[in-house]
Design a binder for this molecule. Structure first.
Ligand code: IVH
Length: 668
C-alpha cells in the first residue's frame, strides 16, 4: 500500500477502533465481535509497523487496557497479570507448537482449558485465608475489590486442609452464569436501566459496584486456573490445579492433559460445539505447557506468555434480511427497537428477531430496511446484528429514520444527554406504561399482591377498572365477579391480596411506585435516609446526593416524580388507603449522634474491622460514608495500602486523615 492510501486507511482504522472501544468500555455495548475488533487492530498495527510515521500518540495500538476506577484502592500485583495471544485457526496453533518444539526437545505435555468469558481476578491467600482480591487493572496494578469478591460463594474465604503454601496467589475468572444474567437484565429493564450487553460486561460491572451487598445479590461465580507463588506443591499446571481443588477452589472439570496436537485439536473441536450447552459463556480454549520448567524456558513477552495461547471460538453468524423494525415501549417509557428478520437458522435455533439496542446503534451500523444483516449469537440469549453486507444492499435503500413519536400514544419522544435510549414522557397516559407500572407495583418483590398477574391487570385496565396502582385499593368484589374467567372465590382472593399488601414495608412501597432508576437497593437506601415519604418528597437534589450511591440521574428522577401532580394525587389516595409511608422503627439502629452531619471516606485495609463494619459504625453514629473524595468530606479514614492518589487528593482538599484508632475514639 502506498503511503497516501495507508494514511487514509490508518485514520479510518483509528476512528473505527476508538468508536468500538467507546462502545465496549463506556457504553457496555459492543457491536462487533472480538474477532472483528482484533482484525482491525492487527491491520492498524501492521500499517504502523510498515510506516512508523503514521503512529499518532492517541493510536489505539498504544492503549494499554485498564479497568482501574478512582473509588477503589490500587494494589500492585506481585507478578504482572499478562494476557494471552489470540489465535483463530488450527494453523496458528501449529505455529505455536513449532515455536515450542524449536526450543524444547523431547515429549511435550499440554493442558487444554476452557477460556471463561468474564473478568480476571487475582486472589492472595495468606495462611489459608483470603487476604486480597485485585482486578487485572493495567496488568501492573489493579483495584482492590476484596469486599465484593468475599460475597462470591465459589471463592473460599478459608482453605481446607493444611498443605497449602503459606502465601500464594490464585488467579481465575469471575463470570456471571446465564441464569443470573437473564434475571439481572430483566430487573434492569424493569427500572428503566439499560441492560448489559453480555454476561462478561455484567460480571465486570458488578465487580466494580461500591456496595458488596448488591454484588452478593447478583450471583457471580468463579473458576480458578492459575496458581503463583513459591513452594507450590508441584512444578506442573494440571497437578497444581488438581491440588488446589482439594483446598476448596472451584477448578473446571473440563481441563485435559494432551500429549500431542491431535488431542489438542479434538479438545477444541469438541468444545466448539459443546460449549453451547454450558450454563456460562466461554469464548475459546487456552492451551498451556504443563511443565513449569518448560514454561520458564519459553518465557514471556511484555504482554503475554510464550508458553500459552488462546484459541478463540468463532461466534456463530448468519446473514439474513432486515424486514422491519418494531419499537417496544417499557413500563418506564424506554423505547427498544427490535429487528424483524427473514427467519434464519443460527446455532440450532430459528432466529426471527434480533435486538438493535438504540438509535445510535442503528445509525452506527447504518442498518437499512432490506439490508442483508449479519446476525451473531455469542453466549447471549438474544442474537444481535453485528454488521451489514454492503455488497447485497438494495440500490434504492434509504437511511433508517428513527421514530420521533411514541408508537403507542403518539407523544413526542425524548432522549436525555448521556442516555442511550429514547423514552416516551407520557408516563400516566401511555397504555404500556400504565399497565407496566401496575404490573410492577403488584410484583413479588414490590407489593406482592396474590391473585393478580399480568393477564388480570390487562383485563382490569381494558374494563376501565384500574388506571393506576391507587385504583386497586378501590376495587370491590362485586365489580370483579361479573368479569370473564372470574369466580367469586378468585375475586375474594384478589381483594384479600390487595388488603394484605397494606402491611408491606415502606422501602418496598417506595420500590413499588416504579420511580425511574429506583430499583430495590436504591429504594432501601432512600428509605433509610428519608424515613418517611414526606421527608423524601421534601428532599432536594443536594440532599439526595448525600445518600451513598445516589447519583444525579437517580436524584433528578426522584425529584421529577414528586413534582408530578398526577403522582401526588395517586400518593395521597394510597396514603388514605393505608399503605406504609413511614419506616417502621427507623431510628432503632442509631447508637449515637456523634458523627451527625460528618462525611467520611474509607480507604485501604484495616486490621480490626472490615470496611463493611466501619461503614455500619459510621451510619450507626449518624455519619455518612461517601465513596469519593470531595470538599464535602470531613475525614479520610485511612488503613494500610491506601493508594497514593487518594492521599494526595485528601491533602490537597485539606481533608483530615485519621486512622482506625482515632476513629474508634471519636465514636466511643
Ligand atoms: S491463563 C499468563 N486460563 O483470558 C496466563 N486465562 O487473554 C494467564 N482467561 O486475562 C491467563 N480463561 O482473564 C488463563 N483458562 C484460562 C482462562 C484465562 C479465561 C482469561 C483471563 C486472561 C485472559 C487472557
Amino acid at each position: 500500500m502506498e503511503l497516501n492510501e495507508a494514511t487514509t486507511r490508518a485514520q479510518y482504522l483509528r476512528d473505527q477502533l476508538n468508536q468500538h472501544n467507546y462502545n465496549y468500555y463506556v457504553f457496555n455495548n459492543p457491536i462487533i465481535s472480538d474477532f472483528e475488533y482484533d482484525k482491525l487492530l492487527t491491520e492498524l498495527t501492521d500499517l504502523e509497523k510498515q510506516y512508523p510515521q503514521l503512529q499518532t500518540p492517541d493510536s489505539p495500538t498504544l492503549r494499554v487496557g485498564s479497568d482501574i476506577l478512582e473509588q477503589f484502592v490500587q494494589i500492585p500485583h506481585n507478578y504482572p497479570m499478562l494476557s494471552l495471544s489470540n489465535t483463530y485457526s488450527e494453523t496458528e496453533i501449529l505455529d505455536f507448537d513449532h515455536r515450542i518444539r524449536k526450543e524444547i526437545n523431547g515429549d511435550i505435555e499440554y493442558v487444554c482449558e476452557l477460556k471463561f468469558d468474564g473478568a480476571a481476578i487475582s486472589l492472595t491467600y495468606i495462611d489459608g485465608v483470603l487476604a486480597y482480591a485485585v482486578t487485572r487493572g493495567d496488568g501492573e496494578q489493579g483495584d482492590d475489590v476484596t469486599a465484593n469478591v468475599r460475597t462470591i460463594k465459589a471463592i473460599p474465604l478459608r482453605l481446607k486442609g493444611n498443605d497449602y503454601p503459606k502465601e500464594f496467589e490464585m488467579r481465575g475468572e469471575i463470570f456471571m452464569p446465564h441464569t443470573s444474567f437473564k434475571r439481572l437484565n430483566e430487573e434492569r429493564i424493569d427500572i428503566g436501566e439499560s441492560p448489559f450487553a453480555n454476561p462478561r460486561n455484567a460480571a465486570a460491572g458488578t465487580l466494580k459496584l461500591l456496595d458488596p451487598k448488591e454484588v452478593a445479590k447478583r450471583s457471580l461465580d468463579c473458576f480458578l486456573y492459575y496458581i503463583l507463588g513459591e513452594n507450590l506443591p508441584y512444578e506442573k499446571q494440571y497437578e497444581n490445579l488438581e491440588k488446589a481443588r482439594t483446598w476448596g477452589f472451584k477448578v473446571s472439570d473440563h481441563m485435559r492433559k494432551c500429549k500431542d496436537l491431535n488431542e489438542v485439536f479434538s479438545f477444541i473441536r469438541y468444545w466448539d460445539t459443546e460449549r453451547k450447552n454450558l450454563p456460562y459463556d466461554t469464548d475459546g480454549a487456552v492451551i498451556k505447557l504443563n511443565d513449569y520448567v518448560l514454561q520458564r524456558r519459553m518465557g514471556t513477552t511484555a504482554k503475554s506468555p510464550r508458553w500459552a495461547i488462546a484459541y478463540k471460538f468463532k461466534a456463530e453468524q448468519a446473514v439474513t434480511r432486515l424486514l422491519s423494525v418494531d419499537f417496544q415501549v417499557g413500563r418506564t417509557g424506554v423505547i427498544t427497537p427490535v429487528a424483524n428478520l427473514q427467519p434464519v437458522q443460527l446455532a440450532g435455533t430459528t432466529v426471527k428477531r434480533a435486538s438493535l439496542h438504540n438509535a445510535d446503534q442503528i445509525e452506527l451500523l447504518d442498518a437499512r430496511i432490506g439490508d442483508a444483516v449479519i446476525v451473531e449469537k455469542g453466549g447471549e440469549i438474544i442474537p444481535k446484528i453485528v454488521g451489514i453486507d454492503l455488497v447485497q444492499r438494495p440500490v434504492n435503500s434509504a437511511t433508517f429514520e428513527y421514530i420521533t413519536h411514541c408508537p403507542e400514544c403518539g407523544t413526542l419522544l425524548i432522549k436525555d444527554v448521556g442516555e442511550a435510549k429514547h423514552y416516551c414522557p407520557n408516563e400516566t397516559g401511555c397504555p404500556p406504561q400504565i399497565i407496566g407500572k401496575i404490573e410492577h407495583f403488584i410484583s413479588r418483590k414490590a407489593m406482592n399482591i396474590d391473585g393478580i398477574g399480568s393477564e388480570k391487570v390487562d383485563q382490569f385496565y381494558k374494563q376501565h377498572l384500574i388506571n393506576n396502582p391507587a385504583d386497586l385499593y378501590d376495587l370491590k368484589v362485586e365489580q370483579l365477579v361479573n368479569l370473564e374467567r372470574m369466580g367469586k372465590r378468585s375475586a375474594n382472593n384478589i381483594i384479600k391480596g390487595i388488603e394484605k399488601s397494606k402491611n408491606v414495608l415502606y422501602s418496598r412501597v417506595l420500590f413499588a411506585l416504579g420511580i425511574r432508576f429506583v430499583g430495590e437497593t436504591t429504594a432501601k437506601k432512600l428509605a433509610e435516609a428519608f424515613p418517611s415519604i414526606d421527608k423524601l418528597k421534601n428532599a432536594g437534589i443536594e440532599d439526595l446526593l448525600q445518600v451513598g450511591e445516589i447519583g444525579e440521574r437517580i436524584a433528578q428522577s426522584v425529584v421529577d416524580y414528586f413534582s408530578n401532580k398526577e403522582y401526588m394525587t395517586m400518593l395521597s389516595r394510597l396514603r388514605s388507603a393505608g399503605l406504609q409511608f413511614e419506616q417502621a422503627g427507623s431510628e432503632k439502629n442509631r447508637l449515637s449522634d456523634k458523627l451527625e452531619s460528618i462525611h467520611i471516606v474509607i480507604s485501604g485495609n484495616f486490621t480490626r474491622w472490615s470496611r463493611e463494619d466501619l461503614k455500619t459504625l459510621i451510619e450507626q453514629h449518624g455519619g455518612k460514608n461517601l465513596s469519593t473524595m470531595s470538599s464535602n468530606v470531613n475525614y479520610l479514614l485511612a488503613g494500610d495500602k491506601i493508594g497514593p492518589a487518594k492521599l494526595q487528593k485528601a491533602e490537597k482538599l485539606g481533608v483530615k486523615i485519621i486512622g482506625e484508632n482515632e476513629f474508634i475514639d471519636m465514636i466511643s
